[in-house]
Design a protein around this ligand. Sequence first.
Ligand SMILES: C[S@@+](CC[C@H](N)C(=O)[O-])C[C@H]1O[C@@H](n2cnc3c(N)ncnc32)[C@H](O)[C@@H]1O
Length: 490
Amino acid sequence: MHHPKLREISALIDEILGLNFPKNRWGDLERGLLSASKELGLGESIDTLAMLLADRNVDPKFLDVLANHLTVGETYFFREKHSLDVFQKQIIPELLAERFGKDQHINIWSAGCCSGEEPYTLAMLLMETIPDLSKWNISILATDLNPRFLKKAKEGIYSSWSFRETPKEVQLRYFKKVGSAGWQIDETIRKMVDFKQINLAEPDFSAQLYLYPDRDVIFCRNVLMYFSPELIRRVGLNFYDALRPQGWFITSPVELSDELFDEFSKVQYDRCIVYRKTIHKQVLHKPISHSHKAAEKRERLVFTLKARKTVADIPSKTKHSNPITGVQPYELAEHLFRKGQYAECATLCRSELLKAGQKHNWQRLLSRSFANMGQLEESLRVCHEMLNFNRLDADTYYLMATILAEKRELAEAVKVLNQGFYIDPDHLMSHLLMAGILRRMSKDTTAAIHLEKIKKILNGLDAEVILNETEGLTVGRILEMVESQFISER
Ligand SMILES: C[S@@+](CC[C@H](N)C(=O)[O-])C[C@H]1O[C@@H](n2cnc3c(N)ncnc32)[C@H](O)[C@@H]1O
């Protein structure tokens, strides 16, 4: 049973802080309110807090405490590689070409910057990309609602968890070790970023931007997904005003919405869509600086591997999408999975499967969520259901084999992989898994046959190409893995 006033409080939190708590997150809301109430010395119930909130004339310090307890602080350096690639390989070069030798400046805003990982990533990318950076006037504004996150951002000390997507050499170049587990950001990078508290839900927050006009790029990723559609629309319009003409607005793939950001033009790159403030609205399709030949090879590979579409490739509006946000339930489920929220992902999959009956992609995601929660029997059960429905999908055999390998049922895993090879003899991940299993069974000669097969499948492909089915691994990385298996064999 929830607190009787929770519906009312949830509406107030939405109005004042912009944070949208749908009914299925009321548990989180109640827990957050309770801990805020304790911190504010208002006791073990949320009654007084509810009363003060209803008053609306709330002390900003009070709101800070609420923000501390109700916002989600999940972030890390170099998050969402595809939009960072567009920033580094398309946007920066375009700005450099336009302004080189004239008015050398670049203005960026990271809105909802959390503890600083996003704006510092942008600063590092600028540092890596612009020769003679000192001759450029760089402004990186980074804002957030939560003062605790901002304090951490200004201190610039991070644990290894923030570096889970950071190449080791980059970490060593821009951070120095402090204490037993901390890494402190380099002073030059730290000084490139200005942190400021801004509540995006405040109707007139643009007034606080007077020192930071004409932004070239606004990053606001994984922030708007917590807002109501009305607020997203309003914030989108404010971003539009804050950008200079031709400026870019970058969200995360799950936040894309044709309806809510319809004043922007959409620019579609290979693996990512960004918005742009153009005078005449248009949809632009741009390959991300790969040669024609590489693009052809990539297509061939995608075909060979029967790759799933990336989230950005999926049109954001279908008859199944939420009519207001345009976000499809499957996109949301994939997002939860990527964030490691497997229990939530599994719940969503199950409820969709109840509605839709047999649906291969939902079953697959459900099985993978179970596997990642260690519920291997459940995960296998879903695989069997998938096979009952369709015995001709090599991906299902691969998934089953990964679970069997996890359960140390190696002989059974080999059997299942061989069944998959009848359907798709070039299933790259199955060959990789098979080689690993055979090596664990000390069958190195047979393992080598599968490693050779992988080299053959990838032969001639650009090392930079990311293979969809491998969740972000590049051709080069897979070949390295193959080589290292050969080396340890010698
Ligand atoms: C999940 S983090 C995203 C951080 C970063 N942009 C990223 O993609 O890694 C969401 C951030 O949005 C901030 N936020 C939530 N509501 C906000 C609001 N009304 N105004 C400004 N920031 C807000 C939270 O405090 C949190 O730091």
